[in-house]
Ligand binder design. Structure first.
Ligand code: B1M
Length: 211
C-alpha cells in the first residue's frame, strides 16, 4: 500500500525533491496518476491553504509548497495527458490578469489533453486584450479562464466585455473555473459554462460543443 500521507506532507512542507521522489515511487508501484493527484497531492494544497489562512504559515512556505506540487504534477503529465481519445476540438486557456495561480489550470489542461482536446496554454497573469488577440487569430472552440483570487474574478467579465467590443463573443464559447467561483457567478457574467474541477471541465467542454 502506498503511503499517501507521506506524499501529502512532503508537498505541504515544500520538500521539492522528496515530493518528486515519492511521486515517482507511486508511479513505479502502478498507482494511477489520478489517484496520486486526488489522494496525495490535492490534500496538500488544502492543508497549506488552511494553514496560510489561519496565519500558521506565510508566503514563502506557500511558494515552496506550490513548487513541490508542480514538481510532482509534472511527473503525472505523461499519464494524465496521454490520449487514446478521438480529437475533440481546440481549447485556449489562461489564468486571468493579476493572478499567478496556475496549478489548477495546468491540471485542467492535462485532463483536457487526455480527452482529445488540442490545448493552447497562454499561461498566467493574462490581460483581457491578450485573450482577445488569441481568439481573433485562432480558430478555437472554447476559451477557458481560470481565477483563484476573489480580487481577480472581475477580470473575467472584463475579458468577456473586451471580446464583445471586438465583435468576437460569438466566435468562441467561454468556460470559467477556479476555487472562488460558482455557477451563479458564471451566469451573472455571461459565461457559457462553469466547471468546478478538471473532471467537470472535460464534461462541460464536450457539452459546449454539442450545444
Ligand atoms: Co495563493 N491563495 N496567494 N498562492 N494559494 C489561495 C488561492 C488562498 C485561498 C489561500 C488562503 O488564504 N486560504 C488565497 C485566496 C483568498 C481569496 O482570494 N479570497 C490566496 C492568496 C491570498 C494568495 C496571495 C494574495 C498571498 C499573498 O501574497 N499575500 C498571493 C497572490 C499572488 C497572485 O496570484 N497575484 C498568493 C500566491 C500563491 C503562490 C504563488 C505562493 C501559490 C501558487 C503557485 C502556483 O499556482 N504556481 C499559492 C497557492 C499554492 C495557493 C493554494 C494554497 C493552493 C492553490 C492550488 O494550487 N490548489 C490556495 C489555497 C487553496 O486553494 N486551498 C491559495 C490546487 C489546485 C489543483 O486547485 O487551483 O482550485 P485549484 O484548481 C482546481 C479547480 O479550482 C478547477 O480545477 C482545478 C483542478 O481540479 N479550476 C478550473 C481551476 N481553474 C479552472 C478553469 C476551468 C475549470 C476549472 O475552466 C477554464
Amino acid at each position: 500500500m502506498f503511503n499517501f500521507d507521506e506524499l501529502t506532507n512532503s508537498v505541504a512542507d515544500g520538500q521539492v525533491d522528496k515530493a518528486a521522489e515519492l511521486t515517482q515511487k507511486a508511479l513505479a508501484a502502478q498507482v494511477p496518476a489520478k489517484e496520486i493527484l486526488d489522494k496525495g497531492l490535492l490534500p496538500a494544497m488544502n492543508l497549506v491553504g488552511r494553514d496560510f489562512e489561519s496565519g500558521q504559515i506565510f508566503l514563502p512556505e506557500l511558494l515552496m509548497a506550490g513548487d513541490a506540487m508542480k514538481a510532482s504534477i509534472v511527473l503525472l503529465r505523461p499519464e494524465l495527458s496521454s490520449t487514446g481519445a478521438a480529437y475533440a476540438g481546440k481549447y485556449v486557456i489562461g489564468t486571468v490578469e493579476g493572478d499567478l495561480h496556475d496549478i489548477g489550470k495546468n491540471i485542467v489542461i492535462m485532463m483536457l489533453e487526455g480527452n482529445g482536446w488540442e490545448v493552447t496554454d497562454l499561461g498566467r497573469d493574462i490581460p483581457p486584450q491578450r485573450f482577445c488577440e488569441e481568439i481573433e487569430k485562432g480558430s478555437y472552440d472554447i476559451l477557458g479562464l481560470s481565477a483563484l483570487l476573489t480580487f481577480t474574478m472581475p477580470k473575467m467579465p472584463e475579458t468577456i466585455n473586451v471580446l464583445k467590443e471586438a465583435g468576437l463573443r460569438n466566435k468562441v464559447k467561454v468556460m470559467v473555473g477556479g476555487v472562488p467561483l460558482n455557477q451563479s457567478f458564471a451566469d451573472q457574467i455571461g459565461a457559457d459554462a462553469y466547471a468546478r474541477d478538471a473532471v467537470e471541465a472535460v464534461i462541460k467542454a464536450k457539452e459546449l460543443l454539442n450545444k
